[in-house]
Ligand binder design. Structure first.
Ligand code: ZN
Ligand code: ZN
Length: 635
């Protein structure tokens, strides 16, 4: 009996990891001595194992609260196996819990997001006259809100834990989490010993605030960094729109060999590749994942699909998607949105059907993809039906992006009045994408009366977005109303609105080359401009007429032509042409909407050079092949 006291428990005995421990001569309860039981509990591999030990203890009438260590260990073991109810039952059955059990209970509910319960336990501890210790504070701080955090901070100081490394780390984390940079900074600066965790929390705080410089300088100062520190810094660059910085840091991480990148690092870095259009770097990371035998789970696969799609390679995106295991809604959404962005509306809708057949619920993102797909494929009735079913069947409230798709759908189909009415009646404020879709529809269908009406309305609305002014000016220019153009231009001047600088990039040999309009900073500038002139000559001999009316500056005709020739897209294309073999497709990335002249010119360039040119602008992808574009000239 003494050799196998647990043999009668329901689970098979071989599940116990150390049955030999039970052969130790038992104490007076017929059980191994408490310290042996303690190490058995600590070594438990499953909740069944914990249950067996617990059952044996109960059968031998061992009152757990007489053995605080076992009590605490059982509580923690249940919590670590996510059996919160069992672990709290132990807490509640203990007549007068000590500070360790209180702290453990607070920690358990904190990490499971039961904030109110954590505070309740803390209040109970105070009313039971138990003095909190460093574990109590660090546990409760994990779950505090701004207000309760301040109160706990006061308790910390009053109880003399103001310079405890463990507790102050919790405070920095609290203030970082709640976005209170000043307080986080104050606690952090006074820390006698900055821990890895507190420094990482402070870096998180800086990146959340958008202060990359402070984050990076602290990062560089740290003597020791773990994978979380690297992830926070890399993700900071990605989230704040500095993907180049993220990629450089990732390379540095690999060069230092320790720590090894984990799933979070790879997802953040792939997202950076997608943002900047760094296809070659993205491919390299894909190969790295395979070589290191990192599991290609749904999260990593989805990041790869997103990267390939945003880098303009839809084929690669699809082949990763096909092999993605246990696809969730995010995985399906990513592929549906990818198809829509690239203008493959029918494929996106086919995939949407397939997604519904798997029983997954569509989300608001799914519908952005679906409505975009309809807009790009010109499926008016279907689009309207989806818009209705999104609200009525799935209870998803339309956001500005959904309205954007709908307006674009209506505008493209020539239902301009209806689109305009809808924009005016929306409860959400319309954005540039919406207005430009509407104005684009007016241009496409030659409805300049409505176009002008919208323009007047917008001028009266005190808009400050430079994109809208550019659209307005184009609107007037395309009907030859140069008074209108001048009016818009003067208004921009008066309001001090600057046109957002356009930046185009192209990735050659694993390096992303960025160009601004008229840029001469590139080391091969001479050759680039020679190519620009060559292209212009070929375009002209094909009968191409530059769309000078879109130039906003007050210039002469030939200067306007020259200013169009050096738009950032054209410089990036020229660089791509001189650095790649004939026939190689070019992938260009533009931060703004591609302008009419660049769109027209790129169509012709694809024909003259026999190159496929994939261009991503702010709204969508354009695939230029043999003189035409996949967007059907509506974007
Ligand atoms: Zn342009
Ligand atoms: Zn296009």
């Amino acid at each position: 009996m003494a050799s196998a006291p647990l043999a009668t428990a329901s689970a098979p005995r071989q599940q116990l990891t150390a049955p030999s421990s039970f052969s130790v001569p038992a104490g007076k309860f017929g059980l191994p001595p408490p310290e042996k039981l303690g190490s058995l509990i600590d070594g438990s591999k499953s909740v069944d194992h914990v249950l067996q030990i617990h059952a044996a203890i109960l059968r031998h009438n061992l009152l757990l609260h007489h053995y605080p260590v076992l009590n605490l260990k059982l509580h923690r073991a249940y919590a670590s196996h996510c059996r919160i109810r069992y672990s709290l039952a132990i807490f509640h059955q203990t007549p007068s819990p000590d500070v360790f059990l209180f702290s453990a209970a607070i920690n358990t509910v904190s990490v499971h997001g039961l904030h109110d319960q954590a505070l309740l336990f803390y209040v109970q501890l105070l009313s039971a006259n138990v003095d909190p210790n460093e574990f109590t504070f660090s546990s409760i701080l994990k779950t505090c809100s701004v207000e309760s955090g301040k109160a706990i901070h006061a308790h910390v100081l009053k109880s003399g834990f103001g310079s405890d490394a463990y507790v102050t780390t919790g405070l920095v984390d609290l203030y970082a989490r709640t976005g209170n940079v000043l307080s986080a900074q104050k606690v952090f600066d006074r820390m006698p010993d900055r821990s890895l965790v507190s420094s990482t929390a402070m870096i998180t705080c800086y990146t959340k605030q958008g202060n990359l410089e402070a984050a990076r300088s602290l990062f560089d100062e740290m003597r020791e960094r773990d994978v979380v520190t690297w992830n926070v810094m890399i993700d900071g660059y990605t989230q704040l729109g500095f993907p180049g910085g993220a990629l450089l840091l990732f390379q540095k991480m690999l060069a230092e060999e320790k720590p090894k990148p984990d799933e979070v690092t790879l997802v953040a870095t792939l997202s950076a590749c997608g943002q900047i259009g760094a296809l070659e770097s993205g491919r390299w990371i894909h190969a790295f994942i395979k070589n290191r035998h990192i599991e290609l789970n749904v999260r990593i696969c989805t990041a790869l699909v997103d990267m390939y799609s945003k880098c303009g390679s839809l084929d690669d995106a699809w082949s990763v998607f096909k092999k993605t295991p246990r696809k969730d809604a995010v995985a399906w959404n990513t592929m549906i949105v990818s198809y829509a962005m690239h203008g493959y509306g029918h494929d996106a809708l086919r995939l949407f059907d397939e997604m519904l057949r798997t029983g997954l619920q569509p989300t608001d993102i799914t519908y952005i993809g679906v409505l975009n797909a309809c807009a790009h494929a010109g499926l008016l009735d279907q689009g309207l039906a989806f818009f209705m079913s999104m609200r009525d069947e799935y209870g998803i409230q339309p956001k500005i992006e959904h309205y954007g798709c709908l307006v674009s759908l209506l505008a493209r189909a020539g239902k301009l009045k209806k689109a305009y009415e809808m924009v005016k009646s929306m409860k959400i404020e319309a954005d540039t994408v919406l207005w430009s879709a509407l104005l684009g529809g007016c241009s496409l269908h030659g409805d300049f009366v409505l176009g002008k009406e919208i323009a007047e309305y917008l001028i009266g609305q005190n808009v400050t977005n430079s994109g809208i002014f550019v659209m307005l000016s184009n609107m007037y220019a395309s009907v030859g109303d140069f008074e209108g153009v001048a009016k818009v231009r003067n208004l921009m001047k008066a309001k001090g609105i600057q046109k957002e600088p356009g930046i185009s990039s192209v990735e050659i040999d694993n390096k992303v080359h960025e160009f601004r309009a008229g840029d001469r900073k590139h080391s091969r500038s001479r050759e680039i401009y020679a190519m620009v002139r060559k292209i212009s000559d070929s375009l002209r001999s094909c009968g191409y007429v530059p769309n000078t009316h879109i130039v906003l500056q007050d210039l002469g005709e030939s200067e306007k032509e020259r200013s169009l020739q050096v738009h950032s897209e054209k410089l990036a294309i020229a660089y791509g042409l001189i650095t790649t073999e004939a026939g190689t497709p070019l992938r260009i990335f533009k931060n703004l909407r591609v302008c009419l002249d660049c769109h027209n010119a790129t169509k012709l360039i694809s024909r003259i050079t026999g190159r496929k040119i994939v261009m991503r602008d702010r709204n969508r992808f354009h695939h230029f092949v043999d003189g035409s574009c996949s967007c059907g000239d509506f974007w």
